[in-house]
Every structure is written in C-alpha cells, then in structure tokens.
Design a protein around this ligand. Structure first.
Ligand SMILES: [Zn+2]
Ligand SMILES: [Zn+2]
Length: 152
C-alpha cells in the first residue's frame, strides 16, 4: 500500500475513514484513530456550510413535498395530530434528501419557509382549506416539525 498523497511512499497505515494509505507526513491523529487530512476535517463545519445544489435541492424538495402534502391533506376527512406529525416528518425528510443529508440553521429555515409556502399555496388553490384557525394552526405545526427535522 502507498500513501494517497505520495504514491512513492510505501506504508502500512491507512485512514480509518476512507481506508487509503497514509505516510507519516499525512497522518492526522484523531480521537477515533488515524485519518487523512480530508477525513479529519471537522465534519460539523462541513455539514453546516451548504453548497448551492444543497440549498436549491432543499428549497425545491420542501416546496414540492409540502405542496403535494396540501392536496393529500385536503382529502383527509378530519385532521388529527398524528397526520400533522406524519406530514411534518415526511416534508422534513424530503428537505433532508434535497439537501443531500445536510442540516443546520440555514436548512431549518429553508424547511420552515418552504413548507409554509407549499402548504399555503396548495390550500389557496384548493378550497381555501387552510384559511381558518385550525388549518393555520396545523400548517404551522407541520412546518415546525419539518423544521425540527433539519436540526443539526
Ligand atoms: Zn481518509
Ligand atoms: Zn503522504
């Protein structure tokens, strides 16, 4: 095995995360073993700093999923707290996937705003379903749960 950064240096040590060879110059000692520089970089910082595709993916996923959720909600004979939780989790999950698994404050904001916009848009397009106190309350609850799903 050879160092991933120095192809001429033979080594027996590999990165505990990506498994590539590491020479003594390239080893980084972490609490969970020896890693290469890339894998040792603080993952929380990387998670929080989103990329443009992650932001646009999250916004689109939030809008589309909550817009569709509004149509399904319209078919529900009654609202229940269980439905609210399920829809909140589903929209949150959609935003997470849209964000390619990223999380954090910015993505929480995206989840909250996009789910509110999506739900209210479909509500207005339909029967004005959400324009009553219960509908507004449930919409806000769904958005809140979706937001919480993106908590880092
Ligand atoms: Zn590595
Ligand atoms: Zn090296």
């Amino acid at each position: 095995m050879y160092c991933k950064n120095h192809p001429k240096r033979e080594t027996k040590v590999s990165c505990s995360a990506c498994g590539q060879g590491l020479c003594p110059d390239c080893m980084v000692y972490t609490p969970v073993g020896i890693k290469c520089r890339e894998c040792a970089a603080p993952s929380k910082g990387m998670l929080r700093a989103g990329s443009f595709p992650q932001y646009t993916g999250a916004v689109l996923a939030g809008l589309v999923s909550s817009f569709m959720a509004g149509f399904v909600l319209d078919e529900m004979p009654i609202y229940s707290i269980l439905i609210v939780i399920v829809f909140g989790l589903l929209i949150g999950e959609a935003v997470r996937r849209g964000a390619r698994g990223n999380r954090g404050p910015v993505f929480m904001a995206i989840a909250g705003v996009s789910s509110l916009v999506g739900l209210l848009t479909s509500g207005l397009l339909l029967s004005g379903l959400y324009i009553n106190p219960t509908g507004i309350l449930y919409t806000v609850l769904i958005a809140g749960i979706a937001t919480y799903r993106l908590n880092g």
